[in-house]
Every structure is written in C-alpha cells, then in structure tokens.
Write a protein that binds this ligand. Structure first.
Ligand code: GLV
Ligand code: MN
Ligand code: MN
Length: 422
C-alpha cells in the first residue's frame, strides 16, 4: 500500500481536459453578449447538470441525486460505502449574466481528481465524492447555498421545496420539471472532510500576485427584502410636503447603507435588486421592493449593522409617513475553516513552489455549510482585477491549473491509495 504525497505523487491532473470541460460547461446558457445565465433549476441548469452527469458516468462514478437535486459522483475506496469520505464540491448554477468559473471550476477540478485516480488505475483507500450543490447562488430562490444547507441539515426539505422563485415558480415544481428530484438520503453520502476550490472573486490575490489563497475564514451574510408602502399620486401636482414617496424612502435607505459601510472597518452593503410600483414616469411610487445584502467577517459588527438599519427604518417610517416591512431571506454567521486542512493546503502549495497566503472569503460558498458537519477547507486562485458575477470574470489557465494541482495533492494525501487497480 502506498499513499500519495504532495509533490511526489503518481497521480496527474489531465490539464487539457480540465480546461476543455471548464470551457464547455461555461458555454451552457451563454448569450451573444458573452455572459451565461444558469439560474438554479432552470432549463439551462438542467443542461449543465446533464453534461456533468454524463462526465461523471464516463469516469464510471456512481451517480446519486438527493431530494433537493444535489448531485454526487462517487469513486469508492476500499469498501462500497461512503463512510469516511472526502468530498470535493461546489456548484454549477450561476447568477444572471455570469462569468465562466464561479462554482464550475471547483466541481470540474473535483472530477479531475477522480480522473487522476482512474487514469493511474489506482483505487483510493477512502471514498472520493464529487458534489454539485443545488442553488448556491440564491438568485432565483432564497436562501443561497440552499442545496448544501439542506445537505447538512440546516433546512427542512419541505421548506426548501416551498421556496418561491423570483419568477413565482415553486422550487419543488422547478426541480420536478427538470427531473432532478432524486431519492438518495443525504446522510448516506455525508463526508468526513470537504474541500472546495474556487476563484477568489475579489482583488486580494491578483493585486499582490499570490498563486494560492488558503481560506481561513468566511464572512457572515445577511440578506433581507424590504417593502415600502407609500401613496401613488400625481408627479406634477403633489407638493413635496404632501408626498408619501416609496421611491424616495428607498433611495434614502440605499444611501444610508452605503454610509454604514463607509463608516465601518469591513461591513459591505449592496442593494442589487429594486422595483417600483406602479413604475411610471409621472406617478409617485406607491411601493418599492428591494433587497439588502450585508456582510461582515465579524458577527458582532454584522448584528450591529442590522440593528442600525432597523433603527433607521423606524425613523424613516415616521418621517415619510410610509409603511416598511422587512423579510429575512438568508442569515449565515461567519465561519472559520478547519486549521489542519488549511495547513495541508498551505503545505501542498509550498511543496509545489507556489506562493500562498491566508485569506478571508468575501463570497458565500457551499464549504461554509459543510463546515457545520465535517472538516472543511477552501483553496482560492486569483481573479483578474477581482471581477466576478460578471462575464469578464477571468483567471489564466496556468493559475487555474495551479489550484487544481494543489487540490489533487491535498486530496490524494488525504485519500491515500491501495495500489489495487480500479
Ligand atoms: C455567492 O456567490 C455570494 O457570495 O453571493
Ligand atoms: Mn461560487
Ligand atoms: Mn457566485
């Protein structure tokens, strides 16, 4: 029996194929302007899922799907169970008009690790599971990271299936429509360890030219939907003093959130979606409905930001004579990843001769859900100019391959191999 060691392994990533698969999956849901939109459980998401399943089957992985549509490709170890598995995962759904790498890179690199075992004819000692989680992005259905949240026991299946999409469709109906409501009990594929390789989606690694980010910590996320009820009235005749303008109140909240972020060390605030009713040039808005995305690496500061927002809303309600209601769409505390796995990532990068640094993730990831139930770690590679959730999202091939090599080294070290052929 021999065990692969970082930098001294007989396992190799098929780098040409990994890059090719990233390109092919990146074309699913693409539009002529170069962005792709694969909202969770849409037809485009189904096409990407079908392609992923086909690739998993080509590697003779045992494909399982759970009742929320999470997809697992299993390469069994010495036994035929998933006990003590190492999972490598991420997601293949996207935001609107997305780049090619967010999520896809991690799932396909997991597949590349499984392929490395297959091509070397080696069986890992422990099982390897490659996972693609449903609705990580949370654009169509909230909360985000829903598939991994369900997988780790953080949301009941019925509540997830009842989530109403931004298009009014229920998640359960969308899931059935695309044929991805599976029967696998998630507890049967729960891993002992989880790795996720991802593009950074922020500017840190690119700006200081570091190859590998060893993610130590992931910031907390608070998503809310705010609805303001005012009074529609004539734009030309209604004096300012007599208005109950939902649009104006929304604008004040947007400015308040920006100032809150500017006054804080690390709080980030975004209003990314906003609708007015009746949505007409000469009518004072009677309603404004918009989202708030507030994040902070520090839970105390995040709670403080949420409280300041609520206090501001109470005052504004009185000042403008409008009604304001707030719904929480998602709320996740900051997460600290496993220190032993982080050290393993750091060692693997060093042995490969790649520069690395500890980093905080600004984005949400499935790894933060897995960290609730097993040891979890994340590996980042640079994002050019820190751009993501944008078709211009880019990481060079060599940077992508460095990340995949580090993933392979860490995974093969953890999995070991028996020397017996597959
Ligand atoms: C996911 O991409 C998020 O951080 O919103
Ligand atoms: Mn992602
Ligand atoms: Mn994303």
């Amino acid at each position: 029996m021999s065990v692969g060691t970082p930098g001294n392994t007989r396992l190799e990533i098929d780098e040409t194929l990994l890059l090719k698969q990233i390109e092919l999956l990146g074309k699913v849901g693409i539009d002529p302007s170069g962005g792709r939109t694969r909202l969770a459980l849409s037809e485009q998401d189904k096409m990407a899922r079908d392609l992923l399943q086909q690739w998993m089957k080509e590697l003779a992985l045992d494909v399982k799907i759970d009742p929320l549509g999470n997809i697992f490709g299993i390469l069994y170890g010495e036994g035929d169970s998933c006990a003590n598995a190492l999972m490598i995962g991420s997601h293949i759904d996207t935001v609107i008009n997305a780049g090619p790498l967010d999520g896809v890179y991690g799932v396909l690199s997991g597949l590349a690790v499984a392929r490395a075992f297959r091509e070397a004819g080696m069986r890992p000692i422990r099982p390897l599971i490659v996972a693609a989680f449903t609705n990580e992005e949370g654009v169509r259905f909230q909360p985000d990271m829903m598939g991994s949240l369900f997988f780790t026991g953080g949301i009941f299946l019925d509540d997830a299936l009842a989530a109403k999409g931004s298009d009014g469709v229920l998640l359960g109906d969308a899931l059935r429509r695309i044929g991805y409501a599976g029967g696998t009990d998630p507890s049967l594929v729960l891993p002992a360890e989880y790795l996720e390789l991802h593009v950074e989606q922020g500017p840190v690694l690119d700006s200081i030219k570091i190859d590998i980010g060893v993610v130590e910590h992931l910031q907390g996320i608070s998503w809310k939907q705010i609805e303001i009820s005012g009074t529609a009235n004539h734009a030309g005749t209604t004096p300012v003093s007599m208005r109950h303008d939902a649009g104006y109140a929304a604008a004040k909240i947007i400015v308040f959130l920006r100032e809150l972020a500017c006054a804080s060390e690390n709080t980030r605030t975004t209003v990314g979606s906003l609708r007015f009713l009746p949505d007409a040039i000469n009518v004072i808005p009677s309603k404004a409905v918009f989202t708030v995305d507030m994040r902070d690496p520090d839970e105390g500061r995040l709670v403080d930001g949420e409280e300041k927002l609520l206090a501001f809303l109470r005052e504004l309600q009185m000042e403008e004579g409008v009604g304001i209601s707030v719904e929480t769409l998602a709320r996740f505390k900051p997460v600290r990843f496993d220190s032993e796995l982080a050290a393993a990532v750091e060692d693997a990068a060093r042995i490969r001769g790649f520069s690395s640094m500890r980093i905080v993730s600004g984005a949400g990831h499935d790894a933060q859900m897995l960290a609730r139930v097993c040891k979890a770690a994340m590996i980042f590679v640079p994002s050019q100019d820190g751009i993501s959730h944008n078709p211009a999202e880019h990481t060079t091939d060599e940077q992508l391959l460095r990340g995949a090599r580090v993933l392979l080294d860490v995974a093969s070290e953890r999995l070991g191999h028996t020397g017996s052929s597959l």
